[in-house]
Design a protein around this ligand. Structure first.
Ligand code: SF4
Length: 58
């Protein structure tokens, strides 16, 4: 599983970063992926994806 943030869609709400340390808000105020999805964190990655209000996480 690969994960990325579509910055054209992200509104920088910070929800994904609060759910999973795979995400952080970058200098541009938008989310970015800072880790690699693995068996330990793919559940929270999926939760962040499902929780994003604008479906910016792919
Ligand atoms: S939850 Fe979605 S809109 Fe909010 S910061 Fe993360 S990727 Fe962006």
């Amino acid at each position: 599983m690969d994960v990325k943030v579509n910055k054209d869609v992200c509104i920088g709400c910070g929800l994904c970063a609060s759910i999973s340390s795979l995400f952080q808000i970058g200098d541009d105020g938008l989310a970015e992926v800072v880790g690699v999805v693995n068996a330990d964190n793919e559940g929270e990655a999926q939760e962040a994806k499902d929780s994003c209000p604008v479906q910016a996480i792919e």
